[in-house]
Every structure is written in C-alpha cells, then in structure tokens.
Design a protein around this ligand. Structure first.
Ligand SMILES: *[C@@H]1O[C@H](CO)[C@@H](O)[C@H](O)[C@H]1NC(C)=O
Ligand SMILES: *[C@@H]1O[C@H](CO)[C@@H](O)[C@H](O)[C@H]1NC(C)=O
Ligand SMILES: *[C@@H]1O[C@H](CO)[C@@H](O)[C@H](O)[C@H]1NC(C)=O
Length: 158
C-alpha cells in the first residue's frame, strides 16, 4: 500500500515536471534527434617516419601500426584510438557532446607511442602532434558524418 502510494506520488511529480518543462523537453528532443543522426569522425593514417607523415614518395613510407592516438582538448584526453595494421586511426564523437568549431580550435591529436616502436632508428622521446581540420560532411542515409582529419603531424621533443 505504502509502495503504491509512493509510486503514485512519483508519477504525479513526473507528469507535473513534464508539463512544466514541455518547451524545453521539445527543444531537447529536436537536438537529440539531430544528434542521433549525426556523427563526428576524426580519421587519419599515421606513418612510420620522422614526422609521422607520408614521405615525398608516399607508397614507399611504411605505416605506424599499434600506435596510441589521443584526442586532447585543453590538455585533457577526451578520446583515443589505436592505429590498425594499415596505420589508420579513427575516433568517433557524439555531436551532442562536441561542437565542431571548438574541436578545431581547442583540440589536437597526440601520439603516445614512441616512433622508435615502429623503427628503432627513429626517436624514442618526444611525441607526434597534429592540429585538426574539417574536410566536409558525408551523408550515409540519414546519418550526417562530419569528417575531420589531422592537418599534419610534427614531432615535439620534450
Ligand atoms: C621519390 O622517387 C623518385 C623517383 O623514384 C626519386 O627520384 C626521388 O629521389 C624520391 N624522393 C625521395 C624524397 O625519396
Ligand atoms: C627507419 O628509419 C630510418 C631513418 O629515418 C630510415 O632510414 C630507414 O629506412 C627506416 N627503416 C624502415 C624499415 O622503414
Ligand atoms: C550535415 O551537417 C552539416 C554540419 O552540421 C550541415 O552544414 C549540413 O547541411 C548537413 N547536411 C545535411 C544534408 O543535412
């Protein structure tokens, strides 16, 4: 009996809250739906070279597999990815949590695995960093994907 009463009170409070918050709930729902149909993708290929980029003769540059790539914003790590056997990393973000202009301005990619892991004659200290750039949107069905790529990596020595 007490339990049923509590449930009833809870439902009443919930209904009242929904009625009061209706305009906000609708706006949130709109944002939620566009957010659900959108995705931010940060993708790139890491190469096993002094600067992590493809050399002048691209096909001749080996890739950097199993490298930990972090997305850092204002110095904190917000996401990460490990490069696959083809040196490709891919980070997917929810557009409801990240604004593209702010990503481009405040975030960068940092490679935490030393270059010496892919080639012993490359530096074992320092880390590769790259800023981000927007390359456009891809529509896959209803899904609107915002494509972001590294501008180009560079080695920062401590
Ligand atoms: C790129 O390849 C061309 C033709 O094979 C060669 O002449 C050139 O020296 C190479 N450049 C570099 C940076 O390896
Ligand atoms: C390793 O790096 C050195 C220095 O950049 C380069 O000369 C050599 O070709 C690289 N080795 C491989 C297997 O890529
Ligand atoms: C996809 O999203 C971008 C950025 O939010 C927007 O400018 C573009 O119009 C969208 N494309 C479609 C087809 O909805």
């Amino acid at each position: 009996m007490a339990m049923a009463m509590k449930t009833l009170v809870f439902v009443c409070v919930l209904v009242a809250a929904m009625a009061l918050g209706a305009p906000m709930a609708e706006a949130q729902l709109g944002g939620l739906i566009s957010g659900l149909l959108g995705l931010i993708k940060i993708q790139g290929t890491l190469f096993c070279s002094f600067d992590g980029n493809m050399g002048a003769n691209g096909t001749a540059t080996p890739v950097f597999p199993n490298a930990l790539v972090q997305l850092q914003c204002g110095g904190s790590v917000v996401s990460s990815s490990t490069t696959n056997g083809n040196g490709i990393f891919s980070i997917l973000l929810d557009p409801m949590q990240f604004l593209v202009p702010s990503l481009l301005n405040n975030c960068n990619l940092a490679v935490k695995t030393p270059l010496s892991n892919c080639n012993a004659s490359l530096p074992s200290v320092g880390a590769l960093f790259s800023n981000l750039q927007l390359v456009g949107n891809t529509l896959i069905g209803l899904l609107n994907i915002t494509n972001i790529v590294p501008v180009g990596f560079g080695l920062l020595r401590p």
